[in-house]
Ligand binder design. Structure first.
Ligand SMILES: CC(=O)N[C@H]1[C@@H](OP(=O)(O)OP(=O)(O)OC[C@H]2O[C@@H](n3ccc(=O)[nH]c3=O)[C@H](O)[C@@H]2O)O[C@H](CO)[C@@H](O)[C@@H]1O
Ligand SMILES: C=C(OP(=O)(O)O)C(=O)O
Length: 418
């Protein structure tokens, strides 16, 4: 088993550059299937999830080529229409090919994504949207099959502002006949980046970034060159790394607006945060005040930063309450943090974190991507050595994590251990 071994207790210092956003690049890669000609993405992070989505669209007939740090995607004239279990099992976001395939090929057969460590994660809202656009949906043998001879614009109200459903419906609707209106749409910056990409390709999407998105269908889309927004969750994770170690770090390549809820919580916790045009400096002074956190859809506090903030709160001077409203089971990191000396009690969707004076290194296991990030953060501050198992989860979403942490002075290495 591959593990990360971290010798804690070193304040991080220096400058770290954030990579392009995983959650923006994945739908953008699938949206490239909608174009009639090649698309170029200027900088694409080397992440396991990016490899997976590229394998999916290659399987569908697209050409995908690395060019420098970017990707050139040549969409197929007639895409294959099936995304098998092997891909969707590896990564749920593979389901984001369904919208483009319905739009381009009029049919799609995609393996039903299962639940995962953070929740059951149904796809009912995606399917409701496709059905309202005129698709016939059936489920057989663990696959969702959707067919539509022609999609027609419709009014779609989402019961919850699901990021994936908003993106998948946008991608299905851009080539539909007439107008689609998505109400209670997700407002996440990654939805906006996808809409900007599609609009540059010739789509007519208005209102992305608000709760009401209007899409006027067009005949066809053409290839473009696009640059992906910075990863706000990677950025937030480094901000917490500086805070938890009492370090002084400049996090470069950020859009400050996207980080408002995270920065606000760090400031409330007594951490010095200086926001500049494209970077944020964080200086921890060793003392962390307790803060309460409630995860919400954007612009609320992001669920993808909840485990990392909880790691910080384990060392606060007092008690914090963390409420997870987006996913029903996103507390798998709690027991692992407890192995390092944290005091946390969970009741339903609420965790009460009683700050302790210090954490100690231990053998722990990453159960998912952000749970893994929380353990890395705790380990950076803990006394002694922490060994984090199942690091493949971190490879999904943190590009060059070890090099970036080392450049800030962390003692971290990757090892094969039993
Ligand atoms: C690749 C990607 O971008 N992943 C992000 C995306 O995931 P993802 O797009 O899967 O997250 P959603 O916004 O769809 O999910 C939010 C909530 O809605 C529920 N739901 C969703 C769809 C549906 O059809 N029915 C339903 O009930 C989910 O179970 C969950 O409880 O947004 C999440 C919420 O910000 C982030 O944590 C993920 O990092
Ligand atoms: C939950 C996450 O990703 P995914 O939706 O791909 O599981 C994440 O990035 O934290």
């Amino acid at each position: 088993m591959e593990t990360l071994v971290i010798e804690g207790g070193r304040p991080l210092a220096g400058l770290v550059k954030v990579s392009p956003a995983k959650n923006a690049v994945l739908p953008i890669i699938t949206a490239s299937l909608l174009a009639e000609s090649a698309c170029e993405l200027e900088e694409v992070p080397a992440l396991a999830d990016v490899e997976t989505i590229c394998a999916v669209i290659r399987h569908l007939g697209a050409g995908v080529e690395r060019r420098g740090g970017g990707l050139v995607i040549t969409p197929p004239d007639r895409p294959a229409t099936e995304a098998p279990y092997e891909f969707v099992r590896q990564m749920r976001a593979s389901f984001l090919v369904m919208g483009p395939l319905l739009a381009r090929a009029g049919r799609a057969r995609i393996s039903l994504p299962g639940g995962c460590a953070i929740g059951t994660r149904p796809i009912d809202l995606h399917l409701k949207g496709f059905a309202l656009l005129g698709a016939k949906i059936a489920q057989t043998g663990g696959y969702i099959e959707a067919r539509a001879s022609a999609l027609t614009g419709s009014r779609i109200y989402l019961d919850f502002p699901s990021v994936g459903a908003t993106e998948n419906i946008i991608m299905a609707a851009v080539l539909a006949r007439g107008q689609t209106v998505i109400e209670n749409a997700a407002e996440e910056p990654e939805v906006v980046d996808l809409a900007n990409y599609l609009n540059a390709m010739g789509a007519r999407i208005k209102g992305a970034g608000t709760k009401l998105i209007r899409i006027q269908g067009v005949e066809e889309l053409h290839g473009v060159t696009h640059s992906i927004i910075p990863d706000r969750i990677e950025a937030g994770s480094f901000l917490v790394a500086a805070a938890i170690t009492g370090g002084d770090v400049v996090v470069e390549n950020v859009i400050c607006d996207h980080l408002k809820p995270v920065v606000a919580k760090l400031q409330e916790a007594g951490i010095t945060v200086e926001e500049r045009e494209s970077n944020i400096r964080v200086a921890g002074n060793g003392e962390i005040r307790p803060v309460d956190i409630k995860t919400m859809p954007y612009p609320g506090f992001p669920t993808d930063m909840q485990p990392q903030l909880m790691a910080l709160m384990t060392l606060a001077k007092g008690t914090s309450v963390v409420t997870e409203t987006v996913f029903e089971n996103r507390f798998m990191h709690v027991n692992e943090l407890k192995r390092m000396g944290a005091r946390i009690k969970v009741a339903g969707r609420t965790a009460v974190v009683y700050g302790v004076r210090g954490l100690t290194g231990a053998r722990v296991r990453a159960t998912d991507l952000r749970a893994g990030a929380a353990l890395v953060l705790a380990a950076l501050r803990a006394a002694g050595e922490t060994e984090i198992g199942d690091v493949h989860h971190l490879d999904r979403g943190y590009e060059n994590l070890i090099d970036k942490l080392r450049s800030l002075g962390a003692a971290v290495r990757r090892e094969e251990r039993r």
